[in-house]
Write a protein that binds this ligand. Structure first.
Ligand SMILES: Nc1ncnc2c1ncn2[C@@H]1O[C@H](COP(=O)(O)OP(=O)(O)OP(=O)(O)O)[C@@H](O)[C@H]1O
Ligand SMILES: [Mg+2]
Length: 240
């Protein structure tokens, strides 16, 4: 076990369904991420990105393989422990945002802050700060149905950051954003990694944000491909 690793996933497989309908979406994936690293996961539609991210986020269990988060074996911990592990460690931005429809933007964020132990008063203050960070302070009292797709996406991002979970997983966070807000959101995630040591994994098709990653990992047909671009992206980032 290596404590400097945020994610240590080995030989992960995932088969959906059974019998004639069985489909193997992940075919033996190793995925290792250091603490404080910002990794982008890229690949064609259907290649297994959401499946892998969901397993890393403890919302889906693998069919086989091992997974440790911050040196802790989450599979051995057992399924009953997963909700607590998620709450303590993981901010998950889903593809399709998953906001609670009956709650306003700020209430969606406050809910998570309160679950993470903040008082009601403190939750309001921090939720407002998070909404400001994603440029939505003026929409704090709107329900998801009264927001645009991109605004909902930004509320979901703010909610994932509530109470600073050490691991942030994001499934196409910039998909419904215009170029400049997509870049601004990704720069926010980049800063969380650089300045506060958060570990960030972002699934994306958006090549306008690739330069912000420490490393780009490509997945195709359920398998990780070779391509490492760490040094190249680091160098690019260092350039003005
Ligand atoms: N619940 C499910 N039951 C059966 N098959 C599934 C299920 N979820 C995903 N799959 C299949 O597993 C494969 C990987 O799906 P996944 O959602 O991980 O792809 P993805 O890389 O995230 O694609 P996209 O870029 O379109 O979001 C796909 O072929 C998909 O059809
Ligand atoms: Mg997906």
């Amino acid at each position: 076990m290596n404590d400097s690793l945020a994610i240590d996933a080995r030989a992960i497989t995932k088969t959906y369904g059974a019998g004639a309908l069985a489909f193997t979406a992940l075919k033996g994936v190793d995925f290792v991420v250091n603490r404080g690293e910002f990794v982008m996961l890229v690949g064609p539609s259907g290649s297994g990105k959401t499946t892998l991210l969901s397993i890393l986020g403890c919302v889906l269990t693998p069919s086989s393989g091992s997974l440790s988060l911050f040196g802790r074996d989450v599979i051995a911990a057992g399924e009953r422990r997963l909700p607590d592990l998620r709450l303590a460690n993981i901010g998950f931005i889903f593809q399709g945002h998953n906001l609670v429809a009956s709650l306003s933007a700020i209430e969606n964020i406050e809910l998570l802050l309160e679950l993470r132990g903040r008082s009601r008063k403190q939750s309001r203050i921090e939720a407002m700060e998070l909404l400001s960070a994603v440029g939505l302070a003026d929409k704090f009292d709107r329900r998801p149905s009264d927001l645009s797709g991109g605004q909902r996406q930004r509320v979901a991002i703010a909610r994932a950051l509530a109470a600073s979970p050490p691991l942030i997983l994001a499934d196409e966070p910039t998909a419904s954003l215009d170029a400049s807000s997509g870049l601004a959101i990704t720069e926010l995630l980049r800063r969380l990694a650089t300045e506060r040591g958060h570990t960030v994994v972002v699934v994306t098709h958006d090549n306008r944000i690739y330069h912000l990653a420490d490393r780009i990992v490509r997945i195709e047909d359920g398998l990780i491909q070779g391509g490492e671009t760490t040094d190249q992206t680091r160098t690019q980032r260092a350039q003005p």
